[in-house]
Design a protein around this ligand. Structure first.
Ligand SMILES: [Fe+2]
Length: 360
């Protein structure tokens, strides 16, 4: 993986409050995040060394209890706010100048990542494709993609190898950009790459062209949390979606899931018992089986979310359960809900499916 894309904001990851602390009503500390981000900018240490140091040398006794989750490719990041760190210039080969990013989360093995991206006014990108599936959500400004002007709310799922026409912006654009299998890469080309599956391409303006839905997932979240489904992977069950909480939303129980989940606050602040307030620009990458909730939002939120598998809400009221206990509890429930899958889990000594395993 190219070390140039390692996150400049990696120090912010150590701000994650400990779930075993005496107070569960923790709050994000923006001044501390800014101070650490500034300290990072003052050092000439390569990002790879800085990131490794943050994860491995700065670990409190409390953090060491999370070793199980830290062994995952994308570590638990929560809470984090992109407003607390500066943009960095995208310098990877193939990318035109005028693109800046904030790294939100990164799979250190594959380079798959989620970034807030700023395309400067005047940015121009020739036709081309990536070797990774890409997801893009325009949040502010707009991009001209070929002959089409795409404004806020436009979502793209661009399968690996599918070429986009030329992309440009006159006035600039703020977007979420996700590379799902590899580090960011761009190949200039007027044609699709070998093996590209254009039938999987998605382009939709989620603000204008989709309606809010009451979630049909069972067990259900509290009333007042609504969804717009952007993408559903029929193999893995992975979801990409917009969601909102109405003003005054609250949910009094604790959740965990068998899948990882990720969210970015486009607008608004929500509160969660374990991690405090998540404001506009707030982000989390939450590996499976981590307790989260109760939730509340005074004025409501608009957010983008993803999961990497089927989203099932395991609800309970005990904030002290461990990852191991949650995983075992989930497996026990699965024994009754999906007995064949449970047998598979036992055979493989884990119960988190991936796409490649399901396709076999
Ligand atoms: Fe959740």
């Amino acid at each position: 993986m190219d070390p140039r894309i390692l996150p400049a904001d990696s120090d912010a990851r150590i701000l994650r409050p400990c779930r075993h602390s005496s107070s569960h009503q923790t709050r994000r500390d923006p001044s501390a995040a800014q101070a650490q981000a500034s300290r990072h900018l003052l050092t000439s240490t390569p990002f790879s060394q800085t990131w490794g140091g943050a994860l491995h040398s700065i670990r409190s006794p409390c953090q060491s209890q999370h070793r199980e989750e830290e062994t995952m490719a994308r570590p638990h990041i929560e809470p984090f706010c992109d407003r607390d760190v500066p943009f960095k210039k995208m310098t990877l080969p193939g990318f035109p100048s005028g693109m800046h990013y904030k790294m939100l989360s990164l799979d250190k093995d594959t380079g798959a990542c989620t970034m807030t991206v700023q395309f400067d006014a005047g940015y121009r990108q020739p036709p081309g494709f990536s070797y990774s599936d890409i997801e893009l959500l325009i949040m502010e400004g707009g991009l001209r993609v070929g002959d089409e002007m795409c404004g806020p709310g436009t979502y793209f799922f661009i399968p690996a190898g599918v070429a986009l026409p030329a992309v440009s912006t006159k006035t600039g654009c703020l977007a979420l950009l996700m590379y799902n299998q590899t580090e960011p890469n761009f190949v200039e080309s007027d044609e699709d790459g070998d093996g590209a599956d254009r039938s999987r391409l998605i382009q939709v303006n989620a603000y204008d062209d989709l309606s809010w839905q009451v979630p049909t997932l069972m067990p259900a979240t509290a009333p007042g949390c609504l969804l717009k489904i952007l993408r559903w992977d029929e193999v893995t069950g992975a979801l990409s979606f917009l969601y909102c909480m109405v003003p005054g939303f609250w949910q009094d129980n604790i959740s965990f899931h068998d899948c990882a989940e990720e969210a970015y606050h486009i607008w608004g602040t929500s509160w969660i018992m374990q991690f405090g307030d998540l404001p506009t620009g707030g982000y989390f990458w939450r590996p499976p089986y981590i307790n989260h909730g109760p939730f509340a939002s005074e004025h409501g939120i608009l957010a983008f979310g993803r999961t990497d598998g089927e989203l099932y809400n395991h609800f309970h009221f005990n904030p002290y359960t461990t990852l191991k206990e949650n995983r075992e509890w989930a497996a026990e429930k699965l024994k009754h809900r999906k007995p064949a899958l449970f047998k598979w889990i036992v055979a493989h000594e884990h119960n988190h499916l991936t796409g490649s395993e399901l396709k076999k």
